[in-house]
Design a protein around this ligand. Structure first.
Ligand code: ASP
Length: 303
């Protein structure tokens, strides 16, 4: 069975005139590095869950994306990370929301999946679990970059709450995610974000909500979303794509296109795979940083 991996680095109003060739090239290098990390595991016959985690780790570690260090800030100029992983074989998930000290939130989400009886841990509870698990911890201020402070102050001045990419400036990055089908036909999804610019402290987006921004089930598909989280929560985007396949009998591409088309314009997009290794990456926004590798080759694109 051929493996497949798809990743995203956020959707939004990505303006061609605001993205310098240098930044575009730098983002492309990181997207390729994330594909390399995930593909190395899949090509060796490894599990999709490890592959999506490895790909998201690369993206979290890059300050070019809205996850890990350099994540967007709340209106109080603080960082609150959300992350989730889901294993399609076990139909089981782990997630954290509002963490402030975990260097790589995706590892904490994986720890919730593997070592707790819970699905979603929030705030100090998530930080404590990660610390007890021996994951790398940092001071909350470590995540705050001068570019992000400037970005959120601009948003506060303009009374704007929005996607990172919607700021239309060259300091916009994006939420990250990955989905994979391994050579045994098992699916997995992972998503990580700092949320939306100028969100209220305590706001939870779609990323850590299973069935909204993150979903995986071997019988249907694995989905990682990016966009206006509130819309993805209301529409239950990941699970709805899965339901259209499971109950409605649609194929992956038709199900994804249908659910994205139901969203308001500029809502965002998804990357998704099915157990046959098919990939879909539809979006309703102006652009979505994305990349994919499968039997049909490798692509990295924005628009
Ligand atoms: N979906 C994320 C959220 O609402 C934001 C994004 O995708 O950029 O938290």
């Amino acid at each position: 069975m051929p493996y497949a991996l798809a990743i995203h680095g956020g959707a939004g109003l990505i303006r061609r005139d605001a993205l310098t060739p240098e930044r575009e090239a730098a983002c492309s290098v990181v997207l390729h590095a994330a594909l390399d990390a995930g593909e190395a595991i899949l090509a060796a016959g490894g599990p999709s869950l490890e592959a999506v985690q490895a790909a998201v780790l690369v993206l979290e570690d890059s300050p070019l994306f809205n996850a890990g260090r350099g994540a967007v800030l709340t209106g109080a100029e603080t960082v609150e990370h959300d992350a989730a992983v889901m294993c399609g074989r076990r139909r089981a998930a782990g997630a954290v929301t509002g963490s402030t000290r975990i260097r790589n939130p995706i590892l904490a989400a994986r720890h919730v999946l593997e070592h707790t009886r819970h699905v979603l841990l929030c705030g100090p509870g998530a930080d404590t679990l990660a610390s007890e698990a021996g994951l790398a911890m940092v001071e909350p201020s470590w995540f705050v970059t001068p570019e992000r402070v400037e970005q959120v102050r601009r948003a506060v001045r303009e009374d704007r709450f929005g996607l990172d990419h919607d700021s239309g400036a060259d300091d916009a990055y994006g939420t990250v995610g990955a989905v994979a089908c391994d050579s045994a036909g098992h699916l997995a999804a992972a998503t990580s974000t700092g949320g939306m610019v100028n969100q209220r402290p305590g706001r939870v987006g779609d990323t850590p909500l299973i069935g909204a921004g993150t979903w995986a089930w071997d019988a249907t598909c694995a989905v990682s979303g990016t966009g206006h989280g509130e819309l993805f929560v209301h529409r239950h985007v990941g699970a709805r794509i899965s339901d259209w396949m499971d109950i409605g009998g649609l194929d992956l591409t038709t199900a994804c296109d249908r659910v994205i088309a139901e969203l308001p314009a500029e809502a965002g997009g998804v990357v998704a795979v099915d157990r046959h290794g098919n990939i879909a990456m539809p979006f309703s926004s102006a652009g979505m940083f994305r990349g994919a590798v499968s039997a049909s080759g490798r692509t990295v694109a924005i628009w």
